[in-house]
Design a protein around this ligand. Sequence first.
Ligand code: HEM
Length: 120
Amino acid sequence: MAVTLYERLGGSDGIAKLVDDAVDAHLNNPLVQTRFANTKDIEHAKMMSREFFCAGAGGPESYTGRDMLTTHKGMNISEQEFIAVVDDILGAMDKNKVGDVEKKDVLAILYSLKGMIIRV
Ligand code: HEM
């Protein structure tokens, strides 16, 4: 049977680590840090991101947050900011020694969401 992306990323714990490292990178990335530093409840956003990532990778978790369009609507996020966030996530995967195949799978998922995030 095929192994899910969720399992290949180390399940719930592996994905929680990736989200923590990606958000830390956002907070240190001059291109996007103000976006996240101004977020009222960053712990909640992290929790939702974990659920989103787990559910999207084929895990048993349910996503209880807002859809991507509703979440990012009105933020006027640029292409450059989108790429910066994707780069931070790729960097978090490098840091955690995620394999190339998994990185490509995650990249394809992130890219597919751009129409719901950039300048909406
Ligand atoms: C690359 C794809 C992206 C994904 C998969 C994603 C996913 C998410 C998720 C799941 C949440 C939590 C939703 C909720 O609380 O209900 C969130 C919140 C947020 N996202 Fe994104 N996001 C992406 C890109 C971006 C970009 C490029 C920016 C800006 C540079 C951004 C800025 C934010 C901010 C500021 C919040 C917190 C909103 C709040 O709680 O008020 N996101 N995102």
